[in-house]
Write a protein that binds this ligand. Structure first.
Ligand code: IMP
Ligand code: MG
Length: 175
């Protein structure tokens, strides 16, 4: 790959600590009602795997994968590449996302899940970049709010690379 620079902004330990805080919030929010966790592939994989063992009322988990239509990022049209196979009719759904950026993906996923009959939809995002928001959506549970950087690691990629890193890094191409 081209010359690039990685700078760690959130370490592995910080992520693990934040997951404990988030899981307490999620557990106290759901109290005695159950929910289905839906992880957004591929970025949410590690976050989801670390978070779910701490959640008390998670009935089951499944996955969804979405992709922006080529060249139409600004229109916000999204294609669902992988649908959850779990029946969502009348269920509480907790969507687990790596990052909320423009909010286009999350909004499309929400519309999709509503069409599948989900009763309530909540979002848990490890990272939030509110400065880039196009669609007004606020995560119900959020790990870290970050500035407008492109980040990789802990599931997040640049051209499918760096997902396996344990922390979160700012990624920059060097000229
Ligand atoms: P949105 O639809 O613009 O909110 O983007 C959501 C998706 O874009 C995320 O699920 C990520 O896959 C990707 N994305 C947004 N920002 C970043 C980033 O800083 N690094 C890596 N992927 C990102
Ligand atoms: Mg990506």
């Amino acid at each position: 790959m081209e010359n690039y620079e990685l700078k760690e902004i959130i370490g592995e330990k910080q992520i693990k600590e934040k997951i404990l805080v988030l899981s307490e919030k999620i557990n106290s929010f759901f109290q005695n009602s159950s929910f289905i966790a839906i992880g957004v592939l591929k970025g949410a994989l590690f976050f989801m795997a670390d978070l779910i063992p701490h959640l008390r009322n998670c009935e089951t988990y499944d996955f969804i994968q979405a992709k922006s239509y080529e060249g139409s990022e600004s229109t916000g049209s999204i294609k669902i590449l992988k649908e959850p196979s779990t029946l969502l009719e009348n269920k509480n759904v907790l969507v687990i996302e790596d990052i909320l950026d423009t909010g286009i993906t999350a909004t499309a996923i929400k519309d999709y899940l509503l069409k599948k009959g989900a009763k309530n939809i909540y979002f848990c995002a490890l990272l939030d970049k509110p400065s880039r928001r196009i669609k007004q959506i606020v995560p119900d549970f959020c790990g870290f709010v970050i500035d407008n950087y492109f980040v990789v690691g802990y599931g997040l990629d640049y051209e499918e690379k760096f997902r396996e890193k344990r922390g979160i890094y700012i990624f920059k191409l060097k000229d």
